[in-house]
Design a protein around this ligand. Structure first.
Ligand code: GDP
Ligand code: CA
Length: 318
């Protein structure tokens, strides 16, 4: 069974642990993850791909589960030295181990390799057990239009909005810079067309899933895929569980609920994304016209619990 997953960072990574565990119980389980790249940026000359790295480190067993991002056993010598120089941005911490990843990535990109090839190369070390493909090899960045004190309305990079301001600035909208000209990375459209089932991870709908869908061709590929598309809610009983989905949804005027996000994705039969929508038992009874809705416990507490979520999502697809 070929399973293709659309995924962001931490929520996507945890979900993929369950997908991988479930796929291992199938005779021919094969998993491809199409990962968001719109959080990517350059800092101190290094190309940083937060969501790809979250997925790669988590599936590689190297992630820091407590901090939620980066590698376990990280040290911060280089960041401390950069701060001592006053090198901007001082608000963005880069671990020493992480810097090695970014150095390899940046060197390969500068030598002309596309991000998809670079990701493949990095994964030979981490053996994620899942094929990771960036949504696009082209520049695609989420920028956030905000009001800054004394500066008025400005567009800032998503990382600056979240890491520097913690999203606590008047926020008007999200813009996916480069989306009009971006092309799906090699393998993305094939992974969608050849899938037996397509899962949308419980990732942030506004800044993880939406920028993947903003790559021209992606939405059409999903619309015309022969496989069913099932989404898993990242919102449980009105709570975003962790992260900034509540702030993001408020900005685009969507209620922070399983119903709100389900309606935002919409039924595939009606120009939307979903054939099925899996919500938490706290949200059981929810109805979205044109979408099969089921409920199951959606807390991704460990791999076993998450594999059970995946099996419920696949049951909904069947
Ligand atoms: P990011 O790119 O690192 O922000 O991560 P993602 O976009 O992939 O995922 C973040 C989202 O995952 C959050 O907004 C939550 O809604 C969701 N999430 C986190 N933990 C859980 C969980 O245990 N269960 C469910 N259903 N969703 C979760
Ligand atoms: Ca992210």
């Amino acid at each position: 069974m070929r399973i293709t997953v659309l995924a962001g960072g931490i929520g996507g990574a945890r979900f993929l642990q369950g997908v991988r565990a479930h796929a291992r119980t199938l005779p021919d389980g094969d998993v491809t993850a199409v990962v968001n790249v719109a959080d990517d940026t350059r800092m101190h000359g290094l190309r940083i791909s937060p969501d790809l790295d979250s997925v790669m480190y988590t599936l590689g067993g190297a992630h820091d589960a407590e901090r939620g991002w980066g590698q376990a056993g990280e040290t911060w010598t280089v960041s401390g030295e950069l701060k001592a120089y006053g090198a901007e941005p001082t608000w963005f911490g880069l671990g020493d181990k992480d810097i090695a990843t970014h150095l390899v990535r940046t060197t390969m990109l500068d030598a002309g390799y596309p991000l998809s090839r670079v990701t493949e190369a990095l994964c030979t070390r981490w053996n994620p057990g899942v094929r990771l493909i960036p949504a696009t090899d082209d520049r695609l960045e989420t920028h956030v239009v905000v009001d800054l004190p004394g500066e008025g309305q400005r567009a800032i990079h998503f990382q600056e909005w979240w890491v520097r301001h913690r999203g606590n600035v008047p926020t008007h909208r999200f813009v996916f810079v480069g989306a009009d000209a971006a092309k799906p990375a090699p393998g993305v459209l094939d992974a969608i067309a050849a899938a037996d089932v397509i899962l949308i991870a419980p990732s942030n709908p506004v800044v993880s899933i939406a920028p993947i869908l903003a790559v021209p061709g992606l939405r059409d590929a999903l619309a015309s895929a022969s496989a069913p598309v099932v989404g898993v809610s990242g919102i449980i009983g009105g709570s975003p569980v962790r992260g900034m989905a509540d702030k993001c949804l408020a900005t685009i005027g969507v209620e922070c609920s399983a119903a709100g996000v389900g309606a935002l994705y919409g039924p595939r039969a009606d120009g939307g994304l979903l054939d099925g929508w899996l919500v938490d038992t706290a949200d059981a009874g929810l109805e979205i016209p044109g979408v099969r809705v089921a409920s199951a416990p959606l807390w991704m507490t460990d791999e076993t619990a998450t594999a059970a979520i995946v099996s419920a999502a696949l049951a909904l697809a069947a």
